[in-house]
Design a binder for this molecule. Structure first.
Ligand code: G3I
Length: 335
């Protein structure tokens, strides 16, 4: 018997999925049955909703918001400030040079007012700033990723984004979101950033751990240490983009059309130990969102090897529960 994950975990945390207008159709019943939270995979990003200064395009974002309203599901907003999927016009003046900092910040404020304001009734929290910490371990002075945001406005764009979001919807929970979040080195950088925002009195309420993991990495010890470290900030934590790739990051093999039995068994064990840990820390964790729902569609089909199939979720290509689902269900099931 397939018990809904959202029911099994209702006293622990939300169970979420990233969706797009196509998966809302193709995975509709699965989403309704197991999940009580949604995130737009691409549709609320800057380029998606605001491709030109005087043009907002909300059609796809509206489809996702309407589904969440209709199904009474929680909806997370993703994302307001990122170095990717952000249009060039934002950073440029009429002659194609970079704009001044005050112009960029005014454009950001106006964008945030419009987008956050539009979905105020249904979105309870936003990934306000996404992935601004650098992965470069060698250069300690450059702990922030280089970007046009940083070039133009310096570090202050980060605090400003949170302030604008808070102004646009004072009730919204505001998150800093990043990947490689369990790497000890990056973990300390993320900690330092959020600590300093809190010290400045910036409105920030949570940390998003993207959790793009695989069968082998990161280690459970590193995941545990990251959760404990971030919890010391006194903020709520969410896993925002969980998937468990069946390939090591360096593995570029392209010969598989199905996952091997070994992969599926390892994946089940891996998911079991991950959810055992998350359940243990449920007082700190308010949501666990997968970056998709079933193996028939995942961004990992195109990354890091374009066109290579991956099978990272609890449900298979036909949207039937995998062994990994059984293990995850078993942890929260009443005994
Ligand atoms: O929409 C165009 C389509 O018109 C075009 O024909 C096609 C050809 O490549 O591209 C389509 O755009 C793609 C877009 O997804 C929509 O499918 C982009 O190429 C592709 O790069 C883009 O990838 C998205 C990626 O963010 C961009 O960096 C993934 O779907 C999305 O899952 C991924 O999500 C991110 C989170 O936002 C932040 N954390 C990491 C996570 C995974 O990279």
């Amino acid at each position: 018997e397939e018990v809904p994950l959202k029911t099994l975990y209702k006293d622990a945390f939300h169970i979420g999925a990233a969706v797009n207008p196509r998966t809302i159709e193709s995975q509709r019943s699965l989403l309704k049955y197991h999940f009580n939270s949604l995130t737009a995979e691409n549709e609320m990003k800057f380029s998606s909703v605001h491709p030109q200064e005087d043009l907002y395009t909300f059609e796809n974002a509206d489809i996702i918001a309407a589904f969440a309203r209709e199904q009474n599901m929680a909806l997370r907003g993703h994302t307001l400030v990122w170095h990717n999927q952000t249009p060039n016009w934002l950073f440029e003046n009429e002659s194609g040079g970079l704009v001044e900092s005050d112009v960029l910040m005014e454009r950001l404020r106006s964008h945030i007012q419009t987008v956050v304001g539009r979905y105020k009734d249904v979105i309870y929290g936003w990934d306000v700033v996404n992935e601004v910490i650098s992965d470069d371990e060698k250069d300690e002075s450059a702990y922030l990723r280089s970007s046009r945001w940083l070039d133009i406005a310096g570090e202050s764009f980060i605090a400003k984004a949170f302030e604008f979001a808070h102004e646009a919807d004072p009730k919204a929970l505001l998150f800093y979101n990043d990947y490689n979040e369990s790497n000890p080195h990056k973990r300390e950088r993320i900690y330092r950033l959020v600590r300093s925002l809190l010290d400045q009195g910036v409105p920030i309420h949570g940390i998003g751990l993207q959790a793009h993991w695989n069968l082998y990495a990161p280690s459970l010890d590193d995941i545990r240490s990251a959760i404990e470290r971030y919890a010391q900030l006194g903020l709520q934590l969410q896993l925002t983009e969980l998937d468990v790739s069946v390939f090591r990051f360096e593995d570029r093999r392209t010969d598989l059309v199905h996952p091997t039995k070994d992969m599926l068994e390892l994946q089940a064990e891996r998911y079991e130990s991950i959810f055992r840990l998350l359940h243990e820390y449920r007082e700190h964790i308010s949501a666990v969102t997968f970056w998709g729902a079933a193996d028939n569609y995942t961004w990992l089909d195109d990354f890091p090897v374009p066109g290579r199939k991956n099978w990272p979720f609890l449900f298979d290509e036909k949207q039937r529960p995998k062994e990994a689902y059984q293990r995850v269900a078993g942890i929260a099931a009443p005994t």
